[in-house]
Write a protein that binds this ligand. Structure first.
Ligand code: SAM
Length: 324
């Protein structure tokens, strides 16, 4: 079992399988974003070996993210191979949804259990503005196809940003109600070089929760599969509302994850720049035992809680590398 210095059990790995993305969300990257050279990105064989090794150490859950995981060729092969690894019982994906409708059956057949789709506006013009792309209809279709394909639950991740989409909070809640899906409101975080970032644009989860309660009955519910999200049913229906509050709440004590970045670094804490180069070990034919020892040490280095100066310090890397 992988346990850190604070007795947290680490059984979940999030993997950024590429830094490439077909969208350019303004809160995630700016124009100057530099792609990694292909050779710097972990190969599938390396990701698979890494997951085999962490599974032997007790990891049960894997999430593939990016960048946009669906732009990387052969993702179904990766999913299928990871699903077959002994000990891995939950494989999920975070996607912008653009290629979802066309790939959903293939992904499901490959062993995908659950899906998170990012969507930050229900208004076409705003969607175009924030993503700098014309793919609104494709994303909506992707959501419907995921529901139709029976992926359960379908979760939508929505970053609420003051002055951009904070007037759509009720609209998103209605979507959860109407479609029986999960909407998870995420606090805007200071990552990478986003030109949009400004601490005054954070909308704290408590504010959203109170606002929604003026109109809807929200009842606390279990957060199975939702990690740090605080979950509620809405109007006693099948839809759920969740709040992910990395800035306003201390969710670190429940943290059960590490990240593997697109350049092959283990990142034990999202908010700490400390990363550990496991790619070199994977590429230099080091034994499984050596790699296990290395991983155990990186887990021991996981900080107890996020570093805070003022609200929180800005992380240098974009979520695309880290794997949001
Ligand atoms: N391309 C996929 C997608 O769009 O879901 C996966 C990668 S994306 C980096 C993963 C998640 O990170 C998305 O839900 C996105 O909204 C979130 N994200 C990126 N930058 C963020 C920021 N500055 N604050 C909060 N969430 C952010």
């Amino acid at each position: 079992m992988l346990t850190d210095k604070f007795n947290r059990i680490i059984d979940y790995v999030r993997i950024s399988i590429t830094d490439r993305c077909n969208l350019r969300c303004r809160y995630c990257v700016n124009e100057a974003f530099q792609y990694l050279a292909h050779d710097e990105i972990l190969r599938y064989e390396e990701i698979i070996r890494f997951v085999r090794i962490v599974a032997q150490l007790g990891v049960k859950k894997v999430r593939l993210t990016g960048g946009e995981p669906l732009v990387r060729k052969g993702i179904s092969y990766l999913l299928k191979t990871l699903s077959a690894i002994h000990g891995i019982n939950d494989i999920s994906l975070t996607t912008n949804g653009v290629f979802l409708a066309e790939k959903i059956e293939e992904l499901k057949d490959a062993g995908l259990h659950r899906i998170n789709i990012s969507l930050d506006s229900l208004k076409r013009e705003r969607f175009h503005y924030i993503t700098q792309s014309n793919t609104f209809d494709l994303v909506l279709k992707g959501i419907d196809e995921a529901i139709r394909a029976g992926l359960n639950p379908v979760k939508i991740n929505t970053v609420i940003i003051k002055g951009f989409n904070d007037d759509e909070i009720f609209d998103f809640a209605k979507l959860a109600l109407d479609k029986g899906i999960h909407i998870r409101f995420i606090e805007f975080m200071p990552f990478g070089d986003s030109t949009l970032w400004d601490g005054s644009r954070i909308v704290p989860s408590d504010f959203i929760e109170s606002l929604l309660k003026t109109k809807y009955t929200l009842e606390p519910t279990s957060n199975m599969h939702n990690g740090p999200a605080k979950m509620f049913t809405i109007e006693k229906g099948t839809g759920k509302i969740g709040f992910i509050s990395p800035l306003s709440s201390h969710i670190c004590s429940e943290c059960n994850r590490i990240r593997l970045t697109s350049r092959g670094m283990i990142r034990p804490c999202l908010f700490s720049e400390d990363e550990y180069d496991v790619k070199s070990l994977l590429r230099n034919n080091r034994s499984d035992e050596e790699i296990k020892a290395f991983i155990k040490n990186t887990v021991k280095a996981k900080p107890e809680k996020k570093v805070e100066t003022g609200f929180i310090r800005k992380c240098q890397q974009s979520m695309r590398h880290i794997g949001g």
